[in-house]
Structure formats: structure tokens, C-alpha cells
Ligand binder design. Structure first.
Ligand code: CTP
Ligand code: MG
Length: 180
């Protein structure tokens, strides 16, 4: 059932989606690269901070724990067996999404794009790719059980849509400097 896959995909990816948005709210302070440059350009740039990364990751882990707490009730209510998050899966999704986003900034700086520049495609999928890759690495059995081919397909289609929508909202609210 398409709806089942849709709901499972969103549920499974929430601990990966939320950290990026929390990082926007929590960002500031020391940049991870400490101002270092490579080839005349910043390694990552001022948009990747220790505080944003740490608070974002923590928020994703706490969300995974909260989702586990309401799993039974939510599953019963909608008639879908929603995925549960072992702690390391929640941590991998949250930290992986932050690392994917950081990796994209690294690539953007190497290709001469300044902080805030867009790189269509990469911007919308970097964090999902990082989250899935790290989850697959640290919780492989949970990963194949949770991210079945149809669920993965939904994630790939839905992630850019959700990302564009939430960033447009954050921009409209004045929380973000660019709408991407
Ligand atoms: N942020 C942060 N730490 C992160 C990710 C994001 O502090 N690991 C905060 C920063 O304040 C950043 C904002 O969230 O400016 C928006 O995130 P993003 O769009 O990813 O960064 P940009 O400033 O656009 O920089 P980049 O070009 O490197 O993506
Ligand atoms: Mg950006």
C-alpha cells in the first residue's frame, strides 16, 4: 500500500529531517573549520557551526526516543506498523544528516560557491544521503528491515519536496537567509 510506505518513510526519516531545521535555529558561534581555508577558500564556511551540529544531532536523537514512546499508540491509531529506532539508528540518522550537509558545504566551497550559494540536487538530498549511509553502516539489519525498496523510493521522491517546502517557510519567517 502506497500510504503505508509513505507514512513509514516519513516516520523513519523524521530523526534525519529535524536536525537540519534545528541547526538553522541553533546555529552560531564557532565554525567547525575554525576559519581554515584550502585552496584559498574556506574549508566549510561560517554556515557549519559546532553548536548547530551538536544541537541538531541531539534534537534528532531525542525525537527518535520520543517517536519510540508513542510508536504503539500511533501504529494502532493509523493501522500501520511504524518503525522503531534503536538508539544507534536514531543517532546515525541524526548525525548522518548533519554530516551529509557538512559534506555538501565542503563540495560547494571546493567548487567556488560561497556560503549560502545553492547547488540544486545536492542541497535537497545531501542530508538524506548522509543519514541513510550512516544508518546502513551502524545498524545494517535495522536498515534493510526499515528502508525496504518502496520506502526508499518514497524517501528519494519526498525528501526534496519536504526540504524545499520547509526551507521556503523558514525563509518567509526570516529564520534563514536563502530560500534553499
Ligand atoms: N547551521 C549550523 N551548523 C550546521 C548546519 C547549519 O550552524 N551544521 C546553521 C548556520 O547558521 C547556517 C544555517 O544553519 O547558516 C543554514 O544552514 P545551511 O543552509 O546548511 O548553511 P548555509 O549558511 O547556506 O551555508 P552552506 O552554503 O555551507 O550550505
Ligand atoms: Mg544553504
Amino acid at each position: 500500500m502506497v500510504v503505508t510506505h509513505l507514512v513509514s518513510a516519513v516516520w523513519a526519516m523524521l530523526p534525519a529531517y529535524v536536525p537540519n531545521n534545528v541547526a538553522v535555529l541553533a546555529g552560531g558561534g564557532r565554525p567547525i573549520d575554525g576559519g581554515r581555508t584550502w585552496g584559498g577558500r574556506r574549508l566549510l564556511g561560517d554556515g557549519k557551526t559546532w553548536r548547530g551540529t551538536a544541537v541538531g544531532t541531539l534534537a534528532g536523537v531525542l525525537l527518535a526516543i520520543a517517536l519510540n514512546a508513542v510508536n504503539r499508540r500511533a501504529s494502532d491509531a493509523i493501522g500501520v506498523s511504524l518503525p522503531e529506532f534503536p538508539l544507534r539508528a536514531g543517532l546515525a540518522l541524526a548525525l548522518g544528516s548533519m554530516l551529509g550537509d557538512i559534506g555538501a558545504s565542503f563540495l560547494k566551497r571546493r567548487t567556488g560557491r560561497e556560503r549560502g550559494a545553492s547547488l540544486p540536487g545536492l542541497d535537497q538530498l545531501d542530508f538524506a544521503a548522509g543519514a541513510l549511509a550512516l544508518a546502513r553502516l551502524v545498524a545494517p539489519r535495522w536498515f534493510v528491515r526499515t528502508f525496504t525498496p518502496p520506502v526508499l523510493a518514497v524517501v528519494i521522491v519526498l525528501t526534496p519536496v519536504l526540504h524545499v517546502a520547509t526551507n521556503a517557510i523558514a525563509y518567509a519567517l526570516g529564520l534563514k537567509d536563502e530560500p534553499w
